[in-house]
Design a binder for this molecule. Structure first.
Ligand code: PRP
Ligand code: URA
Length: 212
């Protein structure tokens, strides 16, 4: 049972489930993995951007004048290095005016604690909706650290997009940051003894960049 569950949005679209099944497959090669991560990011991104406010402005169609709704330059995408990079291009296709910040984190292989090595975000992050991109939400340590890194720099409106997560990680994030909305492609069962997601897809960064 996940608390704060109105902040957790698990995708139930068959296109997303089909693509995640292909992504999980050990036979999927690096090129196809990269392509699938991008396609899934776009589909989750469609949901994660559902509540972006529109600014009304008058336009003229070939027929008459009317009011249109427009997105302002209001989003900052924040991929978590490395694997989050695989989700950036698709999101920029949806939101070409978005700024892009970067948070560099890796999990210490012994303690599984996140180690931060980079954080660079636009100076107006406080005025933007930050959307953190990371395919995997496992223990939640990296996500909690990424959110803190953005809050320390002034971000107040934060969403997170992950392709696969587990209840333990979701709980950890929402306990530390109950104001953050999480958009998940799939909610898996559990973590194994190495804190990898089960069934999961293995190491997202390694599969994305061919460093297995
Ligand atoms: C992966 C993944 C997340 C993190 C999730 O990155 O992309 O950032 O693990 O694990 P957690 O929820 O237990 O913190 P990894 O540490 O493998 O770094 P990499 O992308 O540089 O390989
Ligand atoms: N990071 C990954 O890349 N995969 C997992 O299953 C857990 C953390």
């Amino acid at each position: 049972m996940i608390e704060h569950c109105n902040k957790l949005h698990v995708m139930d679209h068959p296109l997303i489930q089909h693509k995640i099944s292909c992504l999980r497959n050990i036979e999927t090669n690096t090129k196809d993995f990269r392509q699938l991560v991008s396609e899934i990011a776009l589909l989750i991104g469609y949901e994660a951007t559902r509540e972006l406010p529109l600014v009304p402005r008058e336009i003229e169609t070939p027929i008459c004048k009317t009011m249109g709704g427009f997105l302002e330059k209001q989003v900052c995408l924040v991929p978590v290095l490395r694997a989050g990079l695989g989700m950036v291009e698709a999101m920029l296709n949806l939101l070409p005016a978005a700024r892009v910040g970067h948070v560099g984190l890796y999990r210490d292989p012994k303690t599984f604690e996140p180690v931060e090595y980079y954080c660079k975000v636009p100076p107006d992050i406080a005025d933007r909706i930050a959307i953190i991109l990371d395919p995997m939400l496992a223990t939640g340590g990296s996500s909690v650290a990424a959110i803190k890194c953005l809050k320390d720099r002034g971000a107040t409106r934060i969403k997170m997009m992950n392709i696969i997560g587990v209840p333990q990680g979701v709980e950890k994030v929402l306990s530390a940051h109950p104001d953050v909305d999480i958009y998940l492609g799939a909610l898996d069962e559990k973590l194994n003894e190495h804190n990898y997601i089960v069934p999961g897809l293995g190491d997202a960064g390694d599969r994305l960049f061919g460093t297995l």
